[in-house]
Every structure is written in structure tokens, then in C-alpha cells.
Design a protein around this ligand. Structure first.
Ligand SMILES: Cc1cc2nc3c(=O)[nH]c(=O)nc-3n(C[C@H](O)[C@H](O)[C@H](O)COP(=O)(O)OP(=O)(O)OC[C@H]3O[C@@H](n4cnc5c(N)ncnc54)[C@H](O)[C@@H]3O)c2cc1C
Length: 544
């Protein structure tokens, strides 16, 4: 059978998810990955008996994962309900202690984590964040009794945003302005277009609760002061489906997805950096015909899907003469998300270690001012907030016996700051590890440390090809959301599509899985692939 051919540039979670969907649409799909392993931001670093997930650790919406593992060759399944009623039974899976559906379990063991996060404040108090409203009320009553009543109102408002913004509109592809105008009145009614932080301030009086109910967008590159309040839905997404961990690390999820893709007949090439997306003019309109690798090899395809960074895709891979909309000036005008320093470290366990959790948010003395330093002023402050991940508390196999594997992630300005990270990296790492040691989070850490490695904005820029070393693609601000976010179907080049965190709907592992489905839907429509119909067609005769 002569099948149509798809090339996916990059093996981030969004890229692999889209590649699996292309196999289900009947294409012959090859993933071309620059690095020597899959996952992109979700790569794995192994050293001296330690296994470190380099990126995502908080898995949400296990249904999206189950959906990918249940796909079959030549069965598009794009018309099925995105949120079937049986998955909306709040917390049932968490209560049962089972996260992965039956298809997921064949590839990876995913388990719920409780509490979702322990949030430490600078005065040493802490808040355990989970999905149980009674427990949440008790935690609020302990730290800020004046905010218990506000929580109930916040909960209701966040649910309304979740129902409309996620369950009903989450999969809407905003390819034209009309699609956006149609939903704008609803979002205004829900008060979902103001900034998340100002939304949260309406319900909570104490600084602590304002931080607890707004920090989460930082895990997808959003400044709580700038992201629209539609992101209040995260609270409800987590409450509905929980926070999960893949045993063996997120790398096991990535490995499972690659296995699934290969079982469906897909191919992956590693060490295959794409240098250019090849374009010709067909009836005057630019059309993608394939790619050229750095070594000069040319591969032809009917569809090219870029999972590479949005700005990198247009600025580096598509010749400027074919870009009418995504011109250098527009691409460079877009705000990029903040960057990160991530320190991966292994240390000897101690029976007297304090009661840290799997996911710990350690907030610094300043919140709003620190966000302004990172996102607006683009300066490296003396203080910092961090997310400390200790997966060996759930899965000891990630470290040699008697040791913990951990990472700590610190939001820092992207490369518009002009900071020299090759000079700063070592001292910054020491400052952060000393803080964890001296403030008693991991007492004696420096004497117990057996392994450490740090990545900085240089890694995001140089290794992952992320413009300005962004950690999470284009920053999720109102004027870069929905229709105004980069489009999954290139406006400039026919048969070129984008997928992943820089596109619609946005960053984070559930969103890039949604982005893969949205891109696949657009391709199925453009290339007239009917659900359930095997997609054979002579190469080159597509998209009339
Ligand atoms: C440290 C960190 C922690 C995070 N924590 C969480 C979390 O807990 N939960 C959550 O939901 N999200 C989290 N995120 C966000 C989440 O990881 C990302 O949004 C998501 O993984 C991005 O996936 P993607 O498909 O957009 O591709 P990416 O992961 O960005 O991958 C893109 C791939 O393209 C490849 N590539 C680029 N250019 C080329 C080229 N020219 N040729 C070939 N290949 C190329 C790159 O090598 C890379 O493999 C975190 C991110 C980071 C960095």
C-alpha cells in the first residue's frame, strides 16, 4: 500500500503524541530527533546509579495518556468524546489508587501522589495541597482562618472556568479570529480574562493563600501576575484527576510512548538534527515537501510537523522568503517564557531527614516582586523560590541503596537578561544547595552530596534549540493565548504543522498531548482523512 508520509521534527511528548496519532491516521511517520534519546524536556539523565527526570514530574489528566496508549493503526478515533462521562467521576481513580487505564498499564505504571505538593513559606510554615476540599479547608483554617470562606467561593468560580474553559472549550482550535470572538463573551462573564493573581486576590486575603492558589502556572512558564485567570482551571484539573507519577520516572512514560509508536509501525531517528524544512511553490503557494538534515540528507514527506520550538522553527528552519505572517519581526516580537536553572543531585539518605514530600514548593521571602524581577526586569535576584522534587520517596529504585535522587528547579529570566551562565552556574548552584542545607530542608546536604549536575538557560537554548533559552515556549499571556498563540497549522506554508508547548493550547504535558490531537484533527481535515478509513494515497497528491 502506498501510504502518505509524515515527518515529525522533535521527540518531545507533544511530538511523540502527534506521531502516534499520525500512525492512527494511516500515515507512515518518522520522528527526527536531534538528541540521542527521546523526550526533549522530558529527557532522562542517568549517572552513577542515579536516574533523574530532567523535566516534567507532575503528571495530570491520566485519561489523555490512556487515550494515546489505546490508539490503533489506521483508526483515527478523532471524533470520539474528548471527556467521556465516565472519566469525570471526581477522584475515583485517586481513591482506588489507580491512575493508568488498562492500556496505559501495559506500558507504564502510573500512581497517584498525595499530597500533590507541600508548599513551604519563608517563615517555615507549610501547606499540604491535595484534592480533598475538607483537608484544604483545614489547612487554610490552620494558616489563614479568614480565607476559609473565600476558598469556597474560589472553588465554585474555578469549577465554572474548568467546566467551560477546559471541558467544553479545551480542544477548540482557534485558527481564525471568529472562533475566538465566539467564546470571548463567555470568558469575560466567567472573569477568566483578568490576571490569575488578581482573580485569586478577589477570594483570598492572606498573602500565603494568594500564593498557594496561583503558583502553579509557574510550572508551565506562566507568570501568575500575567496569565489569564482561565488558568484557575489547573486547580480543578488536579482536583478532578489528581497528580501522578510514573514509576521509574517520567522517562518510563516517554519510553512507553515510543514503544507504542513503534508498535504502530512508526520509526524514530536519533542524532538527526533538521537543518531546513524544504519548501517549493505550488500554484504560487509555498508548500512543504520534506526536510534536510544537518548532514545534507534530504527526506521527502507529504506532511511536516515541527515539535521544535516555535521561534526556532520559523527563524531557523523555514526560509524567510516563504514567511508572510511568521516574519522575523513578528516571531521576535512574541514574549518568550522564563527560563530555568535545574540542579540534579544525589545524596546519602539519613534516618533523621525532615519530613519532605515527593513534590515540595519552597517559596522565598518575596512573591510578586520576585516574579517582576524574573519576567519583567529580567534580573537575577539574590532570593529565589524553588520546586524540590524527591522521587525516591516514592520510587527508591531511582538511586543506589541508601541514597536519594532529587532535583530542584528555580525560575530565572530568559536570555534577554544577558546573564553569563557559564560564569554564574557554579556559584548559583552552591547558593541553592547551601540554602537547602542551612535552612534545614536537607540538613548536612553538602557533606552528603555524592552527585550534582546543573542546567541553565544555555542548555535550553543550545541543546533544546529554544529561542532565548525559554523553558516553556511562548509565554502564556492573554495576548498570546487562543487565536493569538502560534497556530498549529502554519499560515505560511501548506502541509507544515506545529505541535507542542509553543502552539495551542499551551505548555505542560497534558496540554502538549491536547496540542497533538488538535494538530492531528487539523491535518485530518486538511488532507481529507476520514475517521476509520485507511489513508492510502499516492505521494504528492494530497491537500488539493
Ligand atoms: C524542568 C522542567 C520541569 C517541568 N515540569 C513539568 C511538570 O511537572 N508537569 C508538566 O505538565 N509540565 C512540566 N514541564 C513542561 C513540559 O515538560 C513541557 O511543556 C513539555 O514536555 C514540552 O513538550 P514538547 O512536545 O513541546 O517538546 P519539547 O520537550 O520541547 O521537545 C522538543 C524536541 O525537539 C527537538 N528538536 C528541536 N529542534 C530540532 C531540530 N532542528 N531537529 C530535530 N529535533 C529538534 C529537541 O531536541 C526536543 O527533543 C516542565 C518543563 C521543564 C523544562
Amino acid at each position: 500500500m502506498n501510504r502518505r508520509k509524515a515527518l515529525v521534527i522533535g521527540s518531545g511528548i507533544g511530538g511523540i503524541a502527534c506521531a502516534i496519532r499520525m500512525q492512527s491516521l494511516g500515515f507512515d511517520t518518522t520522528i527526527l530527533e536531534k538528541l540521542d534519546g527521546p523526550g526533549g524536556r522530558a529527557s532522562v539523565h542517568k549517572a552513577e546509579g542515579f536516574t533523574f527526570d530532567m523535566g516534567p514530574t507532575v503528571l495530570t489528566v491520566p485519561h489523555f495518556i490512556e487515550e494515546l496508549f489505546s490508539l490503533e493503526r489506521d483508526k483515527a478515533m478523532l471524533g470520539e468524546a474528548d471527556f467521556p462521562p465516565e472519566i469525570l467521576d471526581e477522584n475515583q481513580r485517586i481513591k482506588e489508587g489507580v491512575s493508568g487505564g488498562p492500556n496505559t498499564q501495559r506500558y507504564v505504571d502510573i500512581r497517584p501522589i498525595l499530597p500533590f505538593y507541600r508548599i513551604y513559606f519563608d517563615d517555615g510554615t507549610w501547606f499540604d495541597y491535595d484534592c480533598d476540599p475538607d483537608n484544604t479547608r483545614a489547612q487554610i483554617a490552620r494558616l489563614a482562618p479568614e480565607d476559609v470562606e473565600g476558598y469556597d467561593r474560589f472553588h465554585e468560580a474555578a469549577k465554572a472556568i474548568f467546566d467551560r474553559g477546559f471541558l467544553e472549550l479545551g480542544y477548540t482550535y482557534f485558527g481564525d479570529i471568529t472562533s475566538m470572538l465566539k467564546v470571548t463573551p463567555d470568558l469575560i462573564k466567567l472573569d477568566a480574562v483578568r490576571s490569575l493573581f488578581s482573580f485569586v486576590k478577589k477570594y483570598f486575603k492572606s498573602d500565603k493563600m494568594r500564593q498557594v492558589f496561583s503558583f502553579e502556572t509557574l510550572l508551565i512558564g506562566g507568570n501568575p501576575q500575567k496569565v489569564p485567570a482561565i488558568y484557575a482551571m489547573i486547580h480543578f484539573v488536579e482536583k478532578t484527576w489528581g497528580v501522578h507519577f510514573a514509576m521509574g520516572g517520567t522517562g518510563e512514560l516517554v519510553a512507553g510512548l515510543i514503544t507504542k509508536f513503534e508498535e504502530l509501525g512508526g520509526r524514530v531517528e536519533y542524532g538527526a538534527e533538521v537543518a531546513r524544512i524544504n519548501v517549493t511553490r505550488q500554484h504560487g503557494k509555498p508548500q512543504a515537501t520534506g526536510i534536510s538534515l544537518q548532514d545534507g540528507t534530504v527526506q521527502e514527506a507529504d506532511v511536516v510537523i515541527s515539535n521544535s520550538d516555535y521561534a526556532n522553527t520559523y527563524l531557523k528552519l523555514v526560509d524567510a522568503r516563504y514567511r508572510r505572517i511568521n516574519r522575523d519581526s513578528l516571531v521576535k516580537l512574541r514574549k518568550q517564557s522564563m527560563s530555568l536553572v535545574v540542579i540534579y543531585f544525589g545524596f546519602k539518605a539519613d534516618d533523621n531527614d525532615p519530613d519532605l514530600q515527593h513534590h515540595n514548593i519552597i517559596l522565598g521571602p518575596r512573591y510578586e516582586e520576585l516574579l517582576t524581577d524574573i519576567f519583567d526586569k529580567k534580573v537575577l535576584a539574590d532570593d529565589f523560590s524553588q520546586y524540590l522534587h524527591i522521587p525516591t520517596l516514592t520510587d527508591p529504585s531511582l538511586a543506589p541503596p541508601g541514597h536519594h535522587a532529587a532535583y530542584t528547579l528555580i525560575p530565572v529570566p530568559n536570555k534577554l537578561s544577558n546573564l553569563n551562565w557559564s560564569e554564574l552556574s557554579e556559584s548559583y548552584t552552591n547558593t541553592v544547595l547551601t540554602f537547602l542545607d542551612e535552612r534545614g530542608y536537607i540538613p548536612g546536604l553538602r557533606n552528603r552530596l555524592v552527585y550534582q549536575r546543573t542546567i541553565t538557560p544555555d542548555y535550553f537554548e543550545g541543546t533544546l534549540n529554544a529561542h532565548l533559552g525559554n523553558g516553556f515556549g511562548v509565554e502564556p499571556v492573554l495576548i498570546q493565548s487562543a487565536y493569538f498563540r502560534p497556530h498549529n497549522r502554519s499560515e505560511d506554508v501548506r502541509n507544515l504543522y506545529l505541535v507542542g508547548q509553543g502552539t495551542q493550547p499551551g505548555g505542560g504535558t497534558p496540554s502538549v498531548m491536547m496540542s497533538a490531537k488538535m494538530t492531528a484533527r487539523v491535518i485530518a481535515k486538511d488532507l481529507q482523512v476520514d475517521a476509520g478509513i485507511v489513508n492510502a494515497c499516492p505521494a504528492g497528491q494530497v491537500n488539493p
